[in-house]
Write a protein that binds this ligand. Structure first.
Ligand code: EPZ
Length: 420
């Protein structure tokens, strides 16, 4: 297994480039299997384990893939399997998008219930409600979801909770339904818009993505297209927070600054300087910022996916900060690891109360999940002495070349192997 070994204390400077968005890519790859003609040429695909995993899964369904550096060509014309039940399917959350994609194209699918980061209960009742409203019969047996329909018919669906996954999944199926589907109380995340844009490039007719109401005008078939995935808002936010914590000045390139506004606003409130310029943001920080309160919310609110990295920054900021995690009830598993490094954090339910400390000290810690891993890397970068972050397979699921990117900015960080 691999670990990251970090000798903390360096400030960061220079430029880095952000890769394509994980949470867009892991939905766009399943969406590509809906093309019954032509090939999908997809660019700006991040080189991360979650993407490799989805690629293996769709290959298992009969898609032909030609991989390039950060790109893939997918020929899904000869799909011969609508059952997804491999170890890879169980490993990742986004495999639930296969249900919507296969239901749309073939009107049936059997997919094992997905796994993913252990950050909360993660129900899929809203996905199921949407599929049923479109006319599908949904059955859950022996850990598998089976969906089946003679035909899908457009309808009005009002989601009870704002869910990225349910919005995308039901949109996928509705694309090939008869008539118009109106989805209300939908997620507005940039990756929801990106998936809608991708489907429209394939011949779908989807309007309103990025607002509270999405209208899907059903079409008969989808075909291949060329598409470039949007930059990863969460990867960018993680590096912005790292620069704010370590001090220094870094330009983060290949981003859409609009997608980062809630993060930029918090960093400015804490005393960092942020400059936006076209497709880059520059973060300048003294490394000693003041604490703030955070409440995670669906987009355009502060994203839950950078809450954990942010908690590391708040740990080393002045005064008291309070984090309210309103999306995932178990997204504070990294707190015990931060405490090993001297953090002063008390967790009460969905709230973390953080009293800033002068210094963190290096320790051997674990990445308990993907974003927790990023939080521990940032902790290592600001701590006195050596930090070893174990279980970095979680980090490799979502951050391409994390050690190379930090090294290029002046951090003392290296990957090493270890055995348990
Ligand atoms: C997506 O998960 C992301 N994953 C998560 O990112 C992210 O944290 C989350 O959206 C919120 O932004 C992917 O895109 C693969 P949700 P998803 O459905 O779609 C409740 C990361 O770190 N809910 O928007 O699974 C649910 O319990 C990962 O990259 C229901 O009640 O999240 C949660 O409280 C981790 N019923 C809230 O909605 C449902 O049917 C939002 O979940 C679905 C969700």
């Amino acid at each position: 297994m691999d670990k990251l070994v970090i000798n903390g204390g360096n400030s960061l400077s220079g430029r880095i480039e952000i890769n394509g968005a994980k949470n867009a890519a892991v939905a766009i790859l399943p969406a590509a299997i809906m093309a019954s003609k032509g090939t999908c040429n997809i660019d700006n695909i991040p080189d991360i384990e979650d993407v490799h995993c989805i690629e293996r899964i769709i290959e298992g369904l009969g898609c032909k893939l030609v991989r390039g550096k950060n790109s893939v060509v997918i020929d899904s014309t000869a799909i011969n399997n609508v059952n997804a039940n491999t170890e890879d399917v169980r490993r990742m959350r986004a495999s639930y998008y296969l249900i919507g994609a296969l239901l749309g194209r073939f009107k049936r699918a059997t997919v094992e219930l997905p796994g993913g980061c252990p950050i909360g209960v993660r129900p899929i009742d809203q996905h199921i409600k949407g599929f049923e409203a479109l006319g599908a019969k949904v059955e859950i047996k022996h850990g598998c979801v089976t969906v089946e329909a003679d035909k899908l018919i457009g309808t009005n669906i009002f989601f009870d909770v704002v869910s990225v996954g349910a919005t995308i999944n039901v949109m996928l199926a509705a694309t090939l339904a008869e008539g118009v589907t109106t989805l209300e109380n939908v997620a507005k995340e940039p990756h929801v818009v990106d998936v809608a844009n991708f489907l429209n490039s394939m011949g779908a007719n989807i309007k309103g993505a990025g607002t509270d109401v999405i209208r899907v005008f059903g079409v008969e078939e989808l075909k291949g297209c060329s598409y470039s995935v949007i930059p990863d808002q969460i990867e960018a936010g993680t590096y912005m927070i790292a620069v704010a914590a370590c001090g220094g000045e870094v330009t983060i390139e290949n981003v859409i600054p609009k997608h980062l506004e809630s993060i930029s606003a918090k960093l400015i409130e804490m005393g960092a300087e942020i400059r936006e310029d076209g497709d880059s943001v520059t973060v300048k920080s003294s490394g000693k910022l003041k604490g703030v309160n955070i409440k995670t919310q669906p987009y355009p609110g502060f994203p839950t996916d950078v809450q954990q990295p942010m908690s590391t920054l708040l740990t080393a900021s002045e005064g008291r900060s309070i984090i309210n995690e309103s999306i995932w009830e178990s997204r504070f598993k990294h707190v015990d690891e931060l405490k090993k490094m001297g953090a002063n954090i008390k967790v009460e339910g969905r709230t973390a109360i953080i009293d800033g400390v002068n210094k963190l000290t290096g320790a051997v810690v674990k990445a308990t999940d993907l974003r927790a891993g990023a939080a521990m890397v940032i902790a290592g970068l600001i701590a006195d002495g050596i930090t070893e972050v174990l279980n970095i397979e979680h980090i490799d699921r979502g951050y391409p070349n994390i050690e190379d990117k930090f090294k290029a900015l002046g951090a003392d960080i290296k990957r090493a192997s270890y055995s348990e």
